[in-house]
Design a protein around this ligand. Structure first.
Ligand SMILES: [Zn+2]
Length: 478
């Protein structure tokens, strides 16, 4: 008997707002513990929440990017539970009337097109953070009250690999929309995983277990592989999966029960009495829709059509919105999409990787790259000289043309000038010439290398190659 896993995800994304969901405290990451708190986010009795409209806008933008229906009427509810890093003993969230309903995300995995349906997207507040030390525990409330968007999927995923591919595509879409940093290290993208297995041929889903608070994609993948195997072994052996909440221990490589799974009634949801419902006018939603950026998949298609670059290139360039923006600006300025794509995919991405910088932290601009490409295209400098210049431009900026002029890097283009160097190279290497005449074609390349050396790298390698071939052919025919 084969068992099919059904996996659903609840993805929590901290929204990129300046202030918290219901108070004016800063959301900046990395501040001294408990320095960004006030009576509202510390849950003092009588403190009144005030809704952050920017968080509502970012949630709606996410919903529009993901094809959701935007609710004209939604509201906030209290979800009651005790947790040491939840000072109010309830969380303000959305229960039966979330901001966004339905929708879905198309993505690719193993060369196959897949779609995962979304159930809903709602808005809530994050909780504080506990840290456990040898003899005590500390709690930091800076994170308490940061706007948190929860994206809930249907159980449409069938493997750990699919879940990974979906999470990467979702993260890319949210980054394009600019709604959050989605930085896993800073904990601003986390997810809970629901998983069940059922015998092949049946539609009825098995009993699910939930793995809580996964904060690395690698962890999600490993936990899913483990849990699919555990449940399959259990069910195949005649056992039953218990509905419960699990914790993934990466060191043990196993899941452990945390608590019995609560049902909705355990949380005693009721409408938040201190906040008004959210009524969104159609015109408001349409005005936000008009500001939506292009979706990553649409951009890939357009880059192939507009700049004539291969599908593979388009995939690499659109992985990061800033890289795709940089490419388009450079390609337009030099009117050579393929050259811009080659430079970015090889040299620029390598320099970014080595330096650990992002594009807006380095000094290279699309204009500089375009100028460099044009200098090569117009044969002012050769490709090796251009390759040598790029790291300097990346680190300290400036005009490529001015650097070339100031340092005399311009390519030797004249046939006479290079011809003289070719003659010198032939004169100085009689053995290599003999090798060529004896049939060793590679010897010609070695002479071109000598010419490049004599020109101190400034000869046009193509012209040097042609002249060497001509001179050798003359000798052969003698
Ligand atoms: Zn506050």
């Amino acid at each position: 008997m084969t068992y099919i896993p059904s996996i659903g995800l609840e993805v929590h994304v901290q929204l990129k707002t300046r202030t918290k969901m219901f108070c004016g405290c800063s959301t900046a990451y990395g501040a001294r513990p408990n320095s960004q708190v006030c009576p509202v986010c510390l849950g003092y009795p009588g403190a009144m929440p005030v809704m952050n409209v920017e968080a509502v806008r970012l949630t709606v933008l996410s919903g529009l990017m993901l094809g959701c229906e935007i609710s004209g009427y939604s509201k906030f509810d209290r979800k009651s539970y005790f947790y040491p890093d939840m000072p109010k003993n309830y969380q303000i969230t959305q229960y039966d009337r979330p901001l966004c309903l339905g929708g879905g995300l198309d993505f690719e995995t193993g060369g196959q097109a897949r779609r995962v349906r979304l159930t809903r997207i709602h808005l809530e507040e994050d909780v504080g953070k506990s840290t456990h030390h040898a003899s005590c525990s500390g709690v930091d409330f800076n994170r308490a009250g940061v706007p948190l968007m929860e994206i809930v999927t249907e159980p449409d995923l069938a493997s750990a690999d699919e879940a990974m591919a979906f999470l990467l595509a979702l993260r890319q879409t949210l980054l394009y929309a600019g709604v959050g940093d989605c930085n896993l290290e800073e904990g601003n993208l986390r997810c809970d995983v629901n998983i069940s297995v059922r015998p092949e041929g049946t539609d009825k889903l098995g009993t699910k277990a939930e793995i809580k608070n996964m904060n690395t994609f690698k962890g999600v993948h490993a936990a899913l592989l483990h849990e699919i195997e555990r449940q399959t072994r259990l069910v195949a052996g005649g056992g039953r999966v218990v509905q419960q909440t699990l914790r993934w221990d990466p060191d043990a490589g196993a899941t452990f029960p945390m608590r019995g799974k609560e049902d909705a009634h355990d949380y005693r949801y009721f409408p938040e009495p201190d906040l008004l419902p959210v009524a969104l006018a159609r015109e408001q939603v349409e005005a936000w829709r008009a500001t939506l950026p292009e979706r990553p998949a649409d951009r890939r298609t357009r880059l192939v059509q507009t700049y004539g670059i291969p599908v593979y290139d388009a995939g690499v360039l659109t992985a990061d919105r800033a890289v795709a923006d940089f490419f388009e600006a450079a390609a337009r300025l030099c009117n050579n999409g393929k050259a811009a794509s080659n430079w970015i995919m090889t040299d620029v991405l390598r320099l970014l990787g080595e330096s650990g910088h992002t594009l807006d932290q380095c000094r290279l601009t699309p204009g500089m790259l375009a100028e460099l490409i044009l200098l090569v295209e117009r044969r002012t400098i050769n490709q090796p000289t251009a390759k040598g210049l790029l790291p300097e431009l990346f680190a300290s900026g400036g005009s490529p043309g001015e650097r070339v002029a100031a340092r005399g890097l311009g390519q030797m283009g004249g046939t006479d000038e290079i011809g003289r160097l070719v003659d010198q190279a032939i004169e100085a290497n009689p053995k290599t010439v003999q090798d060529f005449l004896a049939g060793r074609q590679a010897a010609a390349q070695s002479l071109v290398g000598q010419v490049m050396k004599l020109s101190r790298g400034k000869a046009d390698p193509q012209l040097a190659g042609r002249l060497v071939a001509e001179r050798l052919a003359e000798r052969k025919s003698r």
